[in-house]
Design a protein around this ligand. Sequence first.
Ligand code: NCD
Ligand code: ZN
Length: 345
Amino acid sequence: MNSLVIRRPDDWHVHLRDGPMLAHVLDFTARQFARAIVMPNLDPPVVTTADAVAYRGRITARLRPGRDFAPLMTAYLTDGTDPADLTAGFERRIFTAAKLYPAHATTNSAKGVGDIRRIAPVLAAMERIGMPLLVHGEVTEPSVDIFDREAVFLDRVLAPVLRDFPGLKVVCEHITTEEAVGFVLAAGDRVAATITPHHLQFSRNAIFQGGIRPHFYCLPILKREKHRLALRKAATSGSPKFFLGTDTAPHAVHTKENACGCAGVFNAPVALEAYLTVFDEEGALDRFEAFASEHGARFHGLPLNEGTVRLVREPLAVPERCEGEGVSVVPYHAGTTLPWRMVAG
Ligand code: NCD
Ligand code: ZN
């Protein structure tokens, strides 16, 4: 097959940032996806309904004329989140979901949740109204090895939450391990997961290939090869529990190529192409549309998109840098060639 037409897809996990970076990166996502779940980890974070209305306005104001793209907003949970405001924001369809960042787990998470037991009233309200909880699933204790933080989180934090809130809908975001795949499969219909292109394409070896490679540093960190293989099997299995979420996380080049470099892979410029390469390698082109355009919408109870995008088996040369708005970012697969290319819908 040399050409594939699929229903317009959605990205269920993106960092669009703010200011000049937002202006620079937005169209890379908006040209490929009809909708995207927008992460709230700005500085300061998007906590209240009013914050989300303002941020959504800054995003839509920067859309290119004619782009049909809907940002789906999320609330950043803190120890002080007001259940009444969260509920009102969801019921007014300002918020699509709420995001749990364990405090200090990742970029701009310092104001995240210190102890999940403290937000029990918030989780109870979300369970009651059917508002999904999106989880950055890593413990933050320095005593836990960075490669084990996801598996430990599932056991110690998420399993008790699922027990205590049996109706709460949960998305385990950017899963990276065999353990997470097993956990999600065993957990019943209300638990699903997103998987990034970089966790499908690279193991932790990529971070250290011939020297230190900061553009492969992200959180949760890339894992061993056996985990990558388990993720590829899950993503291409056809299970409705797994769907597309790029975790595109742009950082200016000088903040990545730094003695203390930021975590994040900027994969928006080649997101569909990277995922499709994986599905092609796995002999699962026929399952790509469901992963990219159906499973996530069904989980969130949203309509499927109208319209299509077309991908063709033609070389896509990825630039070394994406520059604009005074910002320079190194894209995923910089300087290499991918075998698929998105063309117009
Ligand atoms: C994200 C960022 O930079 O905002 N970084 C990352 O490595 N994925 C935060 C996150 O999703 O963990
Ligand atoms: Zn993220």
